[in-house]
Design a protein around this ligand. Structure first.
Ligand code: NAI
Ligand code: MG
Length: 332
């Protein structure tokens, strides 16, 4: 059966790294149909709308989407697109690869971040000249759904240790936010217990201290929305750069894959962006569509290239995006 993959390059280096990822996907013989769609600053300038309805609908109807980055319209594009794929979890691996100058070379963690609620659910009000408020939303259903995903993730050996016994850590602040994080914590731990998955917990502030001191203590980390955003960025800082980090927004029967980085205006248009994050996002897409073997081959090829070169400027090399991409395709 043909899988329809929507491809949105967006702005800046999105236009350089997404074609690299498509080149890698095209190196396999899978029955993919690539459908291009537009979104971002340039689309807004041309049409008045950063995310045209046609793009939203294509993404909602597709099997999967590969997205590059949008510039100042990023929030107007990516938040609705996460809704379009009905995404309840944001998967963000942070792995330090040999050959990359990382602050903590032993880091290998995957964040599973709640992707719909918490403080990002949009209920914010300016009530007076002095007072603004925000309503934090936590439901048992979303917490349990995330926990079910985390359990499956661990059971399938998709965590860094690749071992179903590795379990996961839930990071929260239930000692202060007793109702909201209290509910989140309780539901996540209950699901783990029901499924016989080993789960331990960590207060998120303590976690923020312990992770950089000793990342080997952690593997799969389950977090509420804001905590997942911040803590995964912290982990990104440990592994040596934005050009390396992929992510997946997974929904019920759809998903969107994107590098964590933005449009990198300082290097856009020069053909020197690191395509690794986008290529690793494509590997996550392959895995999502049931091609785990191909995904592994992509990751191995990327690891070899990171270790042996060629490397782009952000990693101390002088290679172009195309040279790195060709080297990865060569090693598939
Ligand atoms: P950025 O990720 O675009 O760039 C930060 C730094 O990392 C820059 O020095 C850049 O050159 C470097 N960098 C990022 N990706 C790289 C790659 N693949 N290869 C080599 N170097 C890379 O973040 P910044 O500067 O905060 O934002 C720039 C624009 O991107 C803003 O307009 C922002 O709104 C947008 N943005 C969009 C996102 C999205 O669409 N999901 C996410 C983050 C930012
Ligand atoms: Mg962020």
């Amino acid at each position: 059966m043909t899988d329809e993959i929507v491809v949105i390059e967006g702005d800046g280096i999105g236009r350089e790294v997404v074609p690299a990822a498509v080149e890698v996907l095209s190196a396999f013989e899978f029955d993919f149909e690539f459908v291009t769609a537009e979104a971002g600053d340039a689309t807004r300038d041309a049409t008045g709308d950063a995310l045209p309805d046609a793009t939203y609908e294509r993404v909602a109807d597709a099997d999967a989407t590969l997205f590059g980055a949008a510039g100042e319209t990023a929030a107007d594009v990516i938040l609705p697109l996460r809704k379009a794929v009905d995404s309840f979890v944001n998967v963000r691996p942070a792995t330090a690869y040999p050959g990359v100058d990382a602050l903590r070379p032993e880091t290998d963690v995957v964040f599973l971040r709640e992707n719909t609620e918490g403080v990002y659910s949009g209920h914010e009000d300016r009530l007076s000249d002095d007072l603004s408020t925000l309503t934090r939303v936590v439901t048992s259903s979303a917490s349990r759904e995330l926990a079910e995903y985390a359990c499956e993730f661990v059971e399938d050996g998709r965590g860094p240790a690749g071992d179903p016994d590795e379990g996961f850590t839930v990071a929260h602040k239930a000692n202060v936010m007793r109702e909201t994080d209290g509910r989140f914590r309780e539901e996540v731990l209950a699901v783990a217990d029901e499924r016989g998955v080993d789960a331990d917990e960590e207060l998120m502030d303590a976690f923020a201290t312990k992770l950089p001191l000793d990342p080997t203590q952690y593997g799969v980390v389950v977090c509420p929305n804001l905590a997942g955003d911040v803590l995964s960025d912290l982990a990104a800082g440990l592994v040596g750069g934005l050009g390396l980090l992929p992510s997946a927004n997974v929904g019920h029967d759809n998903a969107l894959f994107e590098p964590v980085h933005g449009t990198a205006p300082d290097i856009a248009g020069e053909g020197v962006a690191n395509p690794t994050a986008a290529i690793l996002s494509a590997a996550m897409l392959l895995e999502y569509l049931g091609h785990a073997g191909a995904a592994d081959r992509v990751r191995e090829a990327v690891e070899t290239v990171l270790a042996e070169g060629p490397r782009t400027g952000d990693l101390g090399g002088e290679a172009t995006t195309e040279e790195v991409t060709a080297a990865v395709v060569d090693r598939l």
